[in-house]
Every structure is written in structure tokens, then in C-alpha cells.
Design a protein around this ligand. Structure first.
Ligand SMILES: Nc1ncnc2c1ncn2[C@@H]1O[C@H](COP(=O)(O)OP(=O)(O)OP(=O)(O)O)[C@@H](O)[C@H]1O
Ligand SMILES: [Mg+2]
Length: 281
């Protein structure tokens, strides 16, 4: 006899499902396969990290989730619906500092998509912009132009602009990679504080093992070009304070082996049971 309905544990459906996704670039001469049959699930309030070497297709995967690149195989679903085009429910923060139109002030940069995509009035958008600027510590720079800001400040504005849209998934492609080490660390800290505050869902791309462990609660390891899933592991136990500790170092080394040693078996100690694709091919 089955358990009574009320006692059944129902796992929440994933917010984002990437299901057997292959991504290709077609030029006249040839077809470049960026990823091969990649699958993973992102749940609400996850800080999900895509980690892998340069050229393994991380940015392409993020662009596919954003709706800019269509899979040649497989499907991406957000709340069960197939992703077929870009939308305001998925906002991307890029690595480059020049992602803010330079002719708009900081406040106008944040207001623009709120007015266009969210249909806010000027007053509402301005209030919302100031609210999020305050959250990233830039309330005093609302009327500054981007070229007068440092790289870290520009990235904070880009993050404020993205968060103000209240996307279902915030997509970040190596957002701190061009910053100096100290600023990068501070930005990681700030991102985690913002997440504590707002518990948004994050899909974060990096090729830094340390950054993946600090920022993520789950990490998907991708093999070199074309990207295939090597393993998926939990990393919620690590934060900036655990960096340098013995467990942190051991996990970083294990990830390094999983990423770079050919023939390494997936399903390593610490790999989650749900890593249905944990395998080295
Ligand atoms: N516009 C393009 N046209 C053709 N091939 C491309 C294009 N963009 C990327 N590629 C190829 O697709 C593969 C994956 O690229 P992608 O930029 O997604 O890698 P990545 O993991 O983000 O690398 P990195 O860590 O260096 O940013 C690479 O082999 C790259 O050469
Ligand atoms: Mg990239």
C-alpha cells in the first residue's frame, strides 16, 4: 500500500533544466561543437557554478540559457517551459567593464531596462534604481557617468541593474575575472551578502576553482572542448573564510584532478548522488 498523500515527500521541480544540450557554431568552413549533451538542474536559490577550462563552452552555455544561442540537440526549460528567446526573466552580467552604455548616468542605466521590459513609470524606475544602488554601496554615484567609475564600481552597477530586474535566474559570466585580486575577493563577499539578502537564483561561470568553491553551493565540472559533464558536486560548506583551510585545499585539488586528468572516474567522493552524468569520457 502506498504512503498516504500527506506523507509523500515531493521534491520541488527544478527552476532551470538543461537537458542533453549540445551547442554548435556553424561557419561556412566548419561546425565547432562547443558543448556535448550537457545536462544539469538548477533549483530556486541555488548558486550554481559552471566550472571548466577555457574553451569548454561555459559562455556558450550561459548564452543558450539566456536565449541567444539555440541548442542543436536537447532542450533548456525554465519553470518547465522551453527557452526559445531572450527574456527579462534571465539577465546576464558579463566580464567586460563596458557593458553600461556610456551616454547614460548610472541611475539611467539601471532605469532603462526597468522602463522598457518591466513597464515601470519614471518615478518607480528611479526609486528602484536607487534602492539597488544602495544595496551595492553606490547610492552616492547615481548621477555619475560610467567612465568616471572604477572597474569594480562598474561591475557593481551591472549587478545592481541585473538584480533590479528581479530575474528568475541571474546569469554571470566571469563577472570578476578582470578585477584585481583584492577587489575580486570583496566582490565575491558582496555577491554572497546580496544573495543572503535576496536569495536570488544564480548561474555563475568561472574557470577559477577557488572562486567556484567560494561562490557556489553546487558546481558542475566541464571537460575541455567540447564541454561534457565530468561531475557535479556540492560546495555549500565553503565560503571566503574557509579558503586556505585543509578541506578547501583538498576539494580544490580533487576538482583539479577531475577537470584535467584524463581517465579520472567520475562519481568521486563528495559527488552528489544526483550527478547522473558524473563521468569522464
Ligand atoms: N562566435 C563563435 N564562432 C565560432 N566558434 C565560437 C564562437 N564563440 C565561441 N566559439 C567556440 O566555441 C567553443 C566554446 O567557447 P566559449 O566561449 O563558450 O568557451 P568558454 O568556456 O567560455 O571559454 P573562456 O573560459 O575562455 O571564456 C570554443 O572552442 C570557441 O572557439
Ligand atoms: Mg567564456
Amino acid at each position: 500500500m502506498g504512503a498516504p498523500q500527506s506523507l509523500r515527500v515531493v521534491a520541488p521541480a527544478p527552476l532551470l533544466q538543461v537537458d542533453g544540450v549540445s551547442l554548435e557554431y556553424r561557419t561556412r568552413q566548419r561546425v565547432v561543437r562547443a558543448t556535448h549533451q550537457v545536462s544539469f538542474d538548477v533549483h530556486a536559490a541555488d548558486r550554481f557554478v559552471l566550472l571548466g577550462p577555457s574553451g569548454c563552452g561555459k559562455s556558450t552555455l550561459l548564452k543558450a540559457v539566456a536565449g541567444f544561442v539555440a541548442p542543436s540537440e536537447g532542450e533548456i526549460r525554465l519553470e518547465g517551459r522551453r527557452v526559445a528567446a531572450p527574456g527579462p526573466d534571465r539577465v546576464v552580467v558579463f566580464q567586460e567593464f563596458d557593458q553600461l552604455p556610456p551616454w547614460k548616468t548610472v541611475r539611467q542605466n539601471i532605469m532603462f531596462p526597468l522602463r522598457q521590459a518591466r513597464g515601470m513609470s519614471r518615478a518607480q524606475a528611479s526609486e528602484c534604481a536607487l534602492h539597488y544602488l544602495d544595496k551595492v554601496g553606490l547610492a552616492g554615484f547615481a548621477d555619475a557617468y560610467p567612465h568616471t567609475l572604477s572597474g569594480g564600481m562598474k561591475q557593481r552597477v551591472a549587478i545592481a541593474r541585473a538584480l533590479a530586474m528581479r530575474p528568475k535566474v541571474l546569469l554571470m559570466d566571469e563577472p570578476f575575472a578582470a578585477l584585481d585580486a583584492l577587489t575580486r575577493r570583496r566582490m565575491q563577499e558582496e555577491l554572497l551578502a546580496l544573495w543572503e539578502d535576496a536569495a536570488f537564483t544564480l548561474l555563475f561561470v568561472t574557470h577559477s576553482i577557488e572562486e567556484a568553491l567560494v561562490v557556489g553551493n553546487r558546481i558542475l565540472l566541464l571537460s575541455p572542448h567540447p564541454g561534457r559533464v565530468r561531475a557535479e558536486l556540492n560546495s555549500h560548506q565553503f565560503d571566503l573564510a574557509s579558503q586556505g583551510g585543509a578541506e578547501f585545499q583538498a576539494t580544490a585539488q580533487r576538482i583539479h584532478r577531475l577537470l584535467f586528468e584524463t581517465g579520472t572516474a567520475g562519481g568521486a567522493e563528495g559527488t552528489t548522488a544526483s550527478a547522473r552524468t558524473a563521468q569522464a569520457r
